[in-house]
Design a protein around this ligand. Structure first.
Ligand SMILES: *[C@@H]1O[C@H](CO)[C@@H](O)[C@H](O)[C@H]1NC(C)=O
Ligand SMILES: *[C@@H]1O[C@H](CO)[C@@H](O)[C@H](O)[C@H]1NC(C)=O
Ligand SMILES: *[C@@H]1O[C@H](CO)[C@@H](O)[C@H](O)[C@H]1NC(C)=O
Ligand SMILES: *[C@@H]1O[C@H](CO)[C@@H](O)[C@H](O)[C@H]1NC(C)=O
Ligand SMILES: *[C@@H]1O[C@H](CO)[C@@H](O)[C@H](O)[C@H]1NC(C)=O
Length: 404
């Protein structure tokens, strides 16, 4: 879905921007963190780590027979094949809608990747752009929303993985500027995260992936998919996404629009054909709202329904997941949602996995917003320290608008 911006939208937004309160930069992460107390939030990332580290030590001695040791938050998942698990994912994980971004409506998540991992999210998705030679996590264009450098992002994820040795993490990066594998590879190396990179035994779709325990024992706990990258034997852990994964449609604009039909890659004829050839299914379960003149933003108004684990509600994640499980004869391996804390979405994945999770940090399921009544205007019109007029001009210059 690539709606072009119109010159008229620039004019409209430029007028609106005059009413913008200069809110960016006020407040901070701490004040908005799930409404938890300072004490609770300051321990969130390490309480779970200590447990898992101790657990990992046990595993190396007692191996797989120790049923109390959790892998990805459940002992039941240790001996399950990676592709027989639903990995819950944060869509556009670097684009935050919080106090630090002035609650920008371009943001897809209320909490950052580290908080997401501690809360049980195991798939982190981001868009990578070439910003003057540096790989940056930008939203459509680096002047709209820049979530920081890929290197910083990977370093943070690596630190979390260092502290959580029994956890298998999946990355899904969109190669927005068609960069070479070597450009990603050098950042994976410099961040140090490449040491966890898993290289599959096959360069084509595989119906049997290792168990989590096998990945953990080998300490190859990072599975990295990159959309539209050319495989390089120098960086064999950077996996071309559509060699292994198919996706349902994205850019869904109504809660009744979610289905389990294969959208990409076009080389695979259907979801069931993909499944039988060893592809893993990814469901895109986030909705966009059309604003004026071709701009779409994440649909936060319906998010409680969208992310609900209930299986009897139209448009809920529970319903979508169960439908795909039934249509495909296999549960989705990956799910991407916006605002993962709402629902909580991860309950739908736990239900598909048939587990009761342990070792997660609890995060508020609330929608975050500025408490003042001006929050909507602030969010809509003041993005990342620039006015929307400037943003719109940059997008017009780029020519199109790509969300995923
Ligand atoms: C992620 O968010 C938490 C909670 O707001 C904060 O303490 C932490 O510093 C953030 N991490 C990064 C890498 O920004
Ligand atoms: C997937 O895991 C479930 C639960 O352990 C198991 O019953 C099922 O046989 C597994 N499927 C495959 C294809 O291994
Ligand atoms: C891009 O890099 C070049 C060379 O380092 C520098 O001269 C230029 O100012 C940079 N442009 C931006 C927009 O940062
Ligand atoms: C599946 O959903 C997408 C997005 O809503 C839609 O474009 C497509 O037509 C749907 N396919 C079927 C077969 O319903
Ligand atoms: C869905 O099921 C739940 C119980 O799991 C029930 O409380 C709720 O009323 C049901 N909602 C609808 C719309 O049927």
């Amino acid at each position: 879905m690539l709606p072009s911006f119109l010159a008229a939208s620039v004019a409209l937004l430029a007028i609106g921007a005059q009413a913008v309160p200069q809110q960016g930069g006020s407040g901070g992460y701490g004040s908005g963190y799930g409404g938890q107390s300072e004490a609770a939030s300051s321990t969130y990332s390490y309480a779970a780590s200590a447990t898992v580290k101790a657990a990992a030590a046990t595993v190396s001695q007692a191996a797989v027979s120790t049923s109390t040791v959790a892998c990805n938050n459940s002992p039941d998942l240790c001996n399950r094949n990676y592709n027989n698990i639903t990995h819950m994912g944060a869509h556009d994980a670097a684009f935050l809608r919080n106090a630090a971004t002035g609650y920008t409506v371009s943001g897809n998540q209320f909490y950052n990747a580290t908080v997401a991992l501690s809360a049980g999210i195991r798939l982190i998705q981001a868009q990578v752009h070439n910003s003057n030679g540096t790989l940056e996590l930008c939203h459509t264009t680096c002047s709209l929303l820049d979530g920081g450098s890929l290197e910083t992002f990977l370093t943070e994820i690596k630190t979390w993985m260092d502290n959580n040795a029994n956890e298998v993490v999946t990355l899904l990066l969109v190669n927005s500027d068609d960069l070479d594998a070597s450009e990603f590879g050098s950042v994976f190396s410099s961040s140090g995260i490449s040491k966890y990179g898993y290289t599959p035994s096959s360069t084509s779709a595989m119906s049997t992936w290792p168990t989590l325990q096998t990945l953990i024992d080998a300490d190859t706990r990072l599975i990295t998919f990159i959309a539209s990258i050319t495989y390089s034997s120098t960086y064999p852990y950077l996996l071309p996404e559509f060699t292994y994964v198919f996706e349902t449609a994205y850019g869904v604009s109504s809660l009744s629009g979610f289905n389990c039909t294969l959208d990409r890659p076009s080389t695979v004829s259907s979801a069931t054909s993909g499944i039988s050839s060893g592809y893993m299914g990814l469901i895109n379960h986030f909705a966009d709202t059309a604003e004026a003149l071709g701009i779409t933003i994440p649909d936060v108004n319906d998010i409680a329904t969208t992310n609900s684990p209930e299986t009897n509600v139209t448009g809920s994640l529970g319903t979508h997941g169960a439908l795909c499980d039934s249509e495909w004869g296999e549960k989705p391996t990956f799910i991407l949602v916006d605002f993962w804390n709402v629902g909580p979405a991860i309950t739908a994945a736990d239900n598909l996995n048939g587990i009761t999770a342990t070792g997660r940090t609890s995060v508020s399921t609330n929608v975050l917003s500025s408490s003042s009544s001006s929050s909507k205007a602030a969010a809509g019109l003041y993005l990342n320290g620039r006015t929307v007029a400037a943003v719109a001009l940059a997008v017009v210059a780029l020519g199109n608008f790509v969300w995923l």
